[in-house]
Design a protein around this ligand. Structure first.
Ligand SMILES: Cc1cc2nc3c(=O)[nH]c(=O)nc-3n(C[C@H](O)[C@H](O)[C@H](O)COP(=O)(O)OP(=O)(O)OC[C@H]3O[C@@H](n4cnc5c(N)ncnc54)[C@H](O)[C@@H]3O)c2cc1C
Length: 563
């Protein structure tokens, strides 16, 4: 542990570190894992002492699992408790135990891993936060450079352009600490005090809809649903819309009901209403919450960065919120490392907001679209009738659901297909941008994209070599000039190595014989031959190019021609 503690003149304990992370939810934990993996000195301050005891964040997507893989926790998360063979089917029902309108049959965690093996080494999984957060936390104990202050609350900070000074208090004893750091990452969630102190507004629509979540236990429901395996039910009836999710794949469930503003929690009544039959159950907890679609106007102010829910709030329709936040953390992690190691240029940290804000907006919009399609599913009083007319109503609703609702559970484009455009540190090659689809992911190396996965050997992905510095993937015969690029990188202190891959299938997948991959696994540059000016390319990808302050969308500057 490299954090130094000493008594300050005021009597408050004093710590010095490189990065202070405010908030230890999934996004703060992700950033601490990334910085720890990179060997950066950081202090994570989290108000709560215990682990989460209310279920959210069960859709852990493929990209997040790829990050977990790099941090060495993917398998532990798979083993964290959610049964691997429960099908992740989604059923539309009139009541939980009522008529089935339609079922999207979907594979289990284990089957998804097999089925998506061509596209990713780590398919997304169903695993609630209360199961995977302990794994993320435990991993931090293995990084001597990461210190966790649990049960401490950040009460204020100052940024004087040269450093940040963060004040925190122990919520039990009232003891104070002052933390001096190079940077502050605000992962303090939807109500982010950091964002408020900076005066950064959210843009978009707040409180589009109100909801009550009820967390309950019912072994009887497990038995009653034995012939309807799955992880989710969307409930469609004239009493109101609701959604049931599996929490532990056995006896625990989460019911979300859409309600009017200021309605009482009334958890027992809500569960009974949507069960459709009398069954014993025990309520564990209930919460009211509102759905938003907002993105912070800015994600950086001086030495302070907004990350995760502090920067964007999405409807939980598609499971994008936390995954988007973890994407922020990974984008920021290597840029902090590069800047602190002094090979990052003056524009590198500015590229964080530039790259992540459009991705956040894209995901916020797609989640809102899923929510709007859900709200548009027609409901009639006859939907529950045990009659040919009732069945005809259900068939009609099923047709709408099949056409409009399937995309929520087919989001590989959101998970793997996002790309950084515009970005001052990705170099456009003049080719046309590939289609941007929330549902479909087509592997490719268009600059700014996630570099595609391929198996190099059983269990060893090409992605496993990314993370620590830049990698020049060379798929053809050795190209003259590649060594000059390495030398130019060395001259600037930028870590870069060549990965020569002798595999025609990977050569086709990577589309160009030379593809330069960033430490976060995104493509910075690609070409048929080494760049004429290696030093200029190196300066550009490290945020030190003279024009780095004036990025333009590569897609706006594209020329005709397929990627
Ligand atoms: C019903 C529901 C289901 C969802 N399902 C999914 C899903 O399947 N997949 C998905 O990707 N997303 C999902 N989400 C969204 C997801 O919950 C959020 O996007 C995610 O929790 C954001 O993580 P975070 O770490 O940014 O913020 P939070 O989880 O809110 O964590 C912030 C942390 O900061 C701490 N904190 C705040 N202020 C201070 C302070 N001053 N000092 C110290 N600590 C502080 C808090 O105690 C908290 O632990 C869902 C949301 C809901 C409501």
């Amino acid at each position: 542990m490299t954090v130094r503690a000493q008594a300050a003149e005021s009597g408050a304990m004093s710590l010095e570190t490189q990065v202070v992370i405010v908030g230890g939810g999934p996004v703060g934990l992700a950033l601490a894992n990334d910085l720890g993996w990179r060997g950066l000195d950081c202090v994570l301050v989290e108000r709560a002492t215990g682990l989460p005891d209310f279920p959210t964040c069960e859709s852990v997507n493929a990209r997040t699992m790829e990050h977990f893989r790099r941090w060495g926790i993917a398998q532990a998360v798979r083993d964290a408790g959610f049964p691997p063979d429960v099908p992740r089917s989604v059923r539309f029902m009139t009541r939980i135990l009522g008529h089935e309108i339609l079922c999207f049959h979907r594979p289990s965690n284990r089957e998804f891993q097999r089925e998506l093996g061509e596209l990713t080494p780590e398919a997304g999984i169903w695993c609630p936060r209360m199961m995977f957060e302990p794994v993320m936390r435990a991993r931090l104990d293995e990084h001597a450079c990461v210190r966790v202050l649990a049960g401490w609350e950040v009460t204020g900070f100052d940024d004087d352009d040269r450093a940040v000074t963060v004040r925190a208090v122990d919520t039990q004893s009232g003891k104070a600490v002052v933390i001096h750091a190079d940077y502050l990452a605000a992962c303090d969630g939807a109500a982010s005090d950091t964002r408020k102190r900076l005066g950064i507004p959210m843009q978009g629509t707040f409180a589009e809809g109100h909801n009550v979540t009820v967390y309950f236990e019912s072994p009887a429901l497990r038995e009653a649903l034995a012939d309807k395996p799955g992880v989710m039910m969307d409930i469609v009836n004239a009493d109101g819309r609701a959604n049931l999710s599996a929490v532990d794949g056995a006896d625990r469930w989460r019911l979300i009901q859409h309600v009017g503003a200021d309605e009482p929690l009334d958890p027992e009544r809500r569960v009974r209403l949507h069960l459709g039959r009398d069954l014993p159950f025990t309520v564990i907890g209930a919460r009211a919450w509102a759905g938003h679609r907002v993105v912070a106007e800015r994600m950086r102010a001086g030495r302070v960065f907004l990350v995760g829910d502090a920067a964007h709030l999405l409807w939980p329709r598609g499971g994008f919120g936390m995954n988007t936040g973890i994407g922020d953390a990974v984008d920021l992690g290597w840029k902090l490392q590069a800047t602190l190691a002094r090979w990052g240029g003056p524009g590198l940290l500015d590229s964080y907001e530039e790259e992540r804000r459009p991705v956040a907006q894209r995901n916020v919009d797609e989640a809102a679209s899923n929510r709007a399609e859900d709200a548009a599913v027609p409901v009639s009083p006859r939907l529950e009738d045990d009659s040919p007319e009732g069945q005809a109503e259900r068939d009609a609703v099923a047709r709408v659901i099949r056409e409009k609702r399937a995309k929520e559970w087919n989001s590989l484009g959101i998970q793997l297909g996002y790309r950084y455009d515009p970005s001052r540190i990705c170099v456009p090659d003049g080719t046309k941008a590939p289609p941007d689809s929330p549902t479909d992911y087509v592997p490719g190396t268009w600059p700014g994209s996630r570099a595609p996965h391929a198996w190099l050997a059983p269990g060893r992905s090409l992605l496993d070599g990314y993370g620590d510095g830049f990698v020049l993937v060379s798929t053809g015969p050795a190209r003259p000039g590649a060594a000059a690029l390495v030398q130019a990188a060395q001259a600037r202190g930028l870590p870069l190595r060549i990965e020569a891959v002798d595999d025609p299938a990977i050569a086709r997948l990577y589309q160009r014989p030379l593809v330069l991959v960033r430490p976060d696994g995104h493509v910075a540059w690609r070409g048929d031959s080494a760049p004429a000016d290696a030093a200029e390319l190196v300066d550009r990808i490290r945020g030190a190019w003279p024009d780095a302050a004036t990025p333009g969308a590569a897609s706006q500057r594209q020329e005709a021609g397929a990627a």
